[in-house]
Design a protein around this ligand. Structure first.
Ligand SMILES: [Cu+2]
Length: 462
């Protein structure tokens, strides 16, 4: 399995600063700024101080530890250049927080007093905007409008009360085009302080951000001026098959929190289940305003909470429904060759270009299995192998794995689903389709009857 490092990062790379371990002297100093070296999904961070809550699991991410200081939850974010492994061996120079892009998830409880120290180790100024929060205007993080920019090398402090529960995010509001294109973003979850009539208790609570980058195959750094033509479509800056699966025990109520910080909308689609949107970054959705969906569009700058009962065991695709967003970096510009007969042509071209090869005359599916030579630092257009062969996917795609009888805290990849006998689509073993038989039967006519055109009948008169 490629998930061999699942959760290993949580134990090794995160240095938690709990109230118990911090001396009085240290309380006068900046809180520790834990750093994460791994792009694996960290185990949920169960609160060791403050009010209890059910923590979220950040897909291929982690939650930032805090310290309590005289009743205030203190966090320390460090804006800095990072290297993110987007797919195995595909490393991208990005800007992020505390060692990763996206930055760590911040989890607090409704009513918490929160103080966030932000140290800027970028080569230019920045700021942090707390998307969706109710807070004093001067804490909103819009550089130039509500605060001075945080210069390179300086530390600023934000402080406010997390007034309403919900799903939020943070990102710079300074040189935004560049800083978002480089990956500066993170999730913020405010848990309810008590049972809330519109916030269900769930057994699995997942969160990730949609982000997109333009990294030319063979290069290391995103192009920051790209407006629409991105080529790397990610969940939390990871691409399939490097995105961990979302695991659920059969019967679990599952919440998936998704925020969109790309330049286009993403219709997020889950197979095998219907979900409801139970909340947005605007707050919980009233029950009368919920309806079942299997796809929901997450527009730019929006967040959505999808909720459902995971009652169908299996391996279910969970992906953006825009087909180019489930593809890797290569091949978006390849001409369509379906139906083109290349016989005789390849040899002639190869006299001039010895490496010339034909792609796509029968569709592009061959690329899923083909080992094409790639530039040094990229990943294939269509990749990933399942139990039945190549998945021909990349980008914004992962799986929801529903299994019977998992332990409550078991988040590990359970491997591929073992289908009960007789429940997998298979080759038809009966008589083949007669190639000479008529294939289309217009309404009201017996199969095989001759076509009769009514005089005067035309589309215009319909
Ligand atoms: Cu998409």
């Amino acid at each position: 399995m490629q998930r061999r490092h699942f959760f290993s990062g949580a134990a090794t790379a995160v240095v938690a600063a709990s109230a118990a371990s911090v001396s009085r002297v240290a309380l006068a100093a900046l809180p520790e700024a834990p750093s994460q070296s791994s792009a694996d999904t960290a185990a949920p961070l169960t609160p060791s101080s403050g009010r209890p809550y059910q923590p979220v699991v950040t897909l291929n991410g982690w939650t930032l530890p805090w310290r309590m200081n005289a009743g205030v939850k203190e966090f320390h974010l460090v804006a800095e250049p990072v290297v993110r492994e987007m797919a195995p061996g595909f490393m991208v120079n990005m800007w992020g927080y505390n060692g990763q892009s996206p930055g760590p998830t911040i989890e607090v409880v409704e009513g918490d007093r929160v103080r966030i120290f932000v140290t800027n180790r970028l080569p230019e100024h920045t700021s942090v905007h707390w998307h969706g929060q109710r807070l004093p205007s001067g804490m909103d993080g819009v550089a130039g409008l509500t605060q001075p920019h945080i210069p390179a090398g300086k530390t600023f402090v934000y402080e406010f009360t997390a007034r309403r529960p919900g799903t939020f995010m943070y990102h710079p509001h300074a040189d935004e085009m560049v800083q978002l294109a480089m990956g500066m973003m993170g999730l913020w979850i405010t848990h309810p302080k008590a049972r809330h009539p519109l916030i269900a208790e769930v057994q699995r609570d997942y969160a990730f951000l949609l982000s997109a980058y333009d990294v030319e195959p063979g290069s290391l750094t995103p192009k920051v001026n790209t407006m629409t033509d991105f080529n790397i479509w990610t969940f939390n800056s990871r691409v399939f098959p490097a995105i961990d699966p979302l695991v659920a025990r059969q019967g679990d109520r599952v919440r998936i929190r998704v925020g969109n910080l790309t330049m286009t909308n993403h219709p997020i689609h889950i197979h095998g289940h219907e979900f409801e949107i139970t909340g947005t970054d605007g707050g919980p959705t009233p029950k009368a305003a919920r309806w079942p969906e299997v796809t929901t569009d997450v527009a730019v700058g929006q967040m959505r909470q999808l909720e459902f009962i995971a009652d169908e065991p299996g391996d279910w695709a969970l992906h953006c429904h825009k087909s180019h967003h489930t593809m890797g970096a290569m091949g978006h510009g390849v001409p369509t060759m379906i139906g083109v007969d290349h016989r005789g042509l390849v040899g002639k071209i190869q006299k001039i270009i010895p490496d010339y090869m034909v792609m796509g005359e029968r569709g592009m599916a061959d690329m899923g299995a083909m080992e094409m030579p790639l530039p040094d630092n990229t990943y294939p257009m269509m990749t990933g192998t399942g139990p039945f062969g190549p998945l021909e996917m990349g980008g914004m795609f992962t799986t929801l794995k529903v299994r019977q009888g998992l332990a409550a805290q078991d988040w590990r990849d359970p491997g591929w689903y073992r289908h009960p006998a007789g429940t997998v689509a298979h080759e038809w073993a009966g008589a083949p389709l007669d190639a000479a038989a008529p294939r289309q039967t217009p309404p009201g006519r017996a199969p095989g009857a001759p076509s009769v055109r009514k005089p005067g009948a035309s589309h215009e008169h319909h």
